[in-house]
Write a protein that binds this ligand. Structure first.
Ligand SMILES: [Zn+2]
Ligand SMILES: [Zn+2]
Length: 76
C-alpha cells in the first residue's frame, strides 16, 4: 500500500467560506477572524503577493526578497 493521505481527522477544521483546512481549531478561528473575507492589507512591492496578516507579509518579504539567498533572483 502506498497511501500518504492524511486521515481526515488530521485536518478536521475546515473554513466554511474558502474551504481551507486546519489541524487546530485555533488556527481556523484565527483564519476566519484575520484572513478570510478580509481584504488584503499588505501588498508586496516586488511581486503580486498580498495578505491580510502582517507577520505573513514580513516573512514573505524576508524570505522572498530580502534574504541573502534569494536576493539575486528577485532584484528589481
Ligand atoms: Zn476561509
Ligand atoms: Zn513579494
Amino acid at each position: 500500500m502506498f497511501r500518504s493521505a492524511l486521515p481526515s481527522a488530521e485536518r478536521a477544521f475546515q473554513c466554511a467560506r474558502c474551504s481551507k483546512r486546519y489541524k487546530r481549531k485555533g488556527s481556523l478561528m484565527y483564519h476566519t477572524r484575520n484572513e478570510c473575507g478580509q481584504p488584503p492589507k499588505y501588498f508586496c512591492d516586488f511581486c503580486p503577493y498580498m495578505t491580510t496578516i502582517k507577520s505573513n507579509f514580513t516573512r514573505h518579504c524576508t524570505m522572498q526578497h530580502f534574504s541573502e539567498r534569494s536576493s539575486r533572483r528577485c532584484r528589481v
